[in-house]
Write a protein that binds this ligand. Structure first.
Ligand code: PBE
Length: 314
């Protein structure tokens, strides 16, 4: 009895869906016919604007990322971005979308940052940002919990001395993007850069299994830096755990003292809000990398140079 009812219901639902679909189809056809003749009257076959092609969507990354917050504020600030949206997903999904677009020479706008392997792999450019929504030059800083210097002076000193360049970081990122395990890529870089690494451990003594927990976010740049400093510390005798969190929790765990430190603080703009709310309970060990940047990134084949050139949805 029940079965029969369900089947009937199914058939009815199926039928009405078919009817709706058919209805839609015919009205769409009529619609496009009208549009077509209108287009002909206007006598140009104008290419759809990038906004239209992209459905007025900027491809973002994790919702907690600073670059996503900056992109959202750009959408508010620039009048010509009216009707645009920032789609959030993950750094991995953004990279996949960018890769597919480049392979098909299609338009795409992503929330991007430097250092990143994408600039070595593809011909990309930052869109000019006359309103300054994405800040100026950024540096990546090291933050540790209060009390680390007293409890674990050797760890504190190594974290304080950790300092490298965008080119260094990109080497590790490229190897990871090529399929290497992050820990292995970090070790390869360390083996090839012994002198630099010796400066980070200079003046410290080896320890015997002291536990250290470093936190980070699964951004390609931070996967690289965190794995490198973790391997360096392990070689000095530390028992290092690295834990991936969202951006807000990364900052809070160091401020609360649950984690010992992180090398992933993008300042002054990108993580400005997080810094402000945690600065009284965190220790700032200064920059570990200079010359970082965030912004909207597009393939060079796109005929647009400034955020201001994008077309509003109207
Ligand atoms: N990023 C990479 C981060 C900082 C490091 C630019 C994606 C962010 O936007 O918060």
């Amino acid at each position: 009895m029940f079965k029969l009812d369900w089947k009937r219901l199914g058939i009815t639902a199926g039928l009405s869906l078919t009817l709706i679909a058919a209805g839609c189809g015919s009205s769409e056809e009529e619609g496009s016919g009208d549009e077509g003749s209108e287009g002909n009257e206007g006598n140009t076959e104008e290419e759809a604007s990038y906004g239209e092609q992209l459905d007025y969507t900027i491809t973002g990354i994790e919702a907690g990322a600073g670059v996503v917050a900056s992109a959202e504020s750009a959408v508010e600030t620039y009048d010509n971005l009216e009707g645009w949206e920032v789609a959030t997903s993950s750094s991995g999904a953004m990279a996949t979308e960018l890769t597919e677009a480049v392979e098909n020479e299609e338009p795409v706008i992503v929330t991007g940052w430097t250092p990143h392997w994408k600039f070595a792999k593809f011909d990309l450019k930052y869109l000019e940002d006359p309103e300054g929504s994405f800040g100026e030059a950024e540096e990546i800083k090291t933050m540790v919990r209060q009390g680390l210097e007293d409890d674990q002076p050797e760890a504190y000193q190594i974290l304080d001395q950790f300092n490298w360049t965008p080119a260094d970081m990109e080497e590790v990122m490229l190897e990871v993007d090529g399929g290497a395990d992050p820990q292995e890529a970090a070790q390869n870089w360390i083996d090839a850069n012994e002198e630099k690494v010796a400066e980070w451990t200079d003046g410290t003594e080896e320890v015997d299994g002291n536990e250290i927990e470093l936190v980070y976010v699964n951004w390609d740049s931070e996967i690289a830096s965190t794995n490198v400093i973790a391997e360096v510390m392990k070689a000095q005798g530390f028992d290092v755990t690295i834990t991936a969190l969202d951006n807000g929790p990364m900052w809070e765990s160091v401020a609360s003292g649950d984690a010992d430190g992180m090398v992933a603080a993008w300042l002054p703009a990108t993580h400005g809000d997080q810094y402000e709310s945690n600065q009284d309970s965190i220790e700032d060990l200064g920059a570990n990398l200079e010359g970082a940047k965030i912004g909207l990134v597009v393939p060079k084949y796109m005929d647009v140079d400034s955020i201001e050139d994008l077309q509003p949805d109207n």
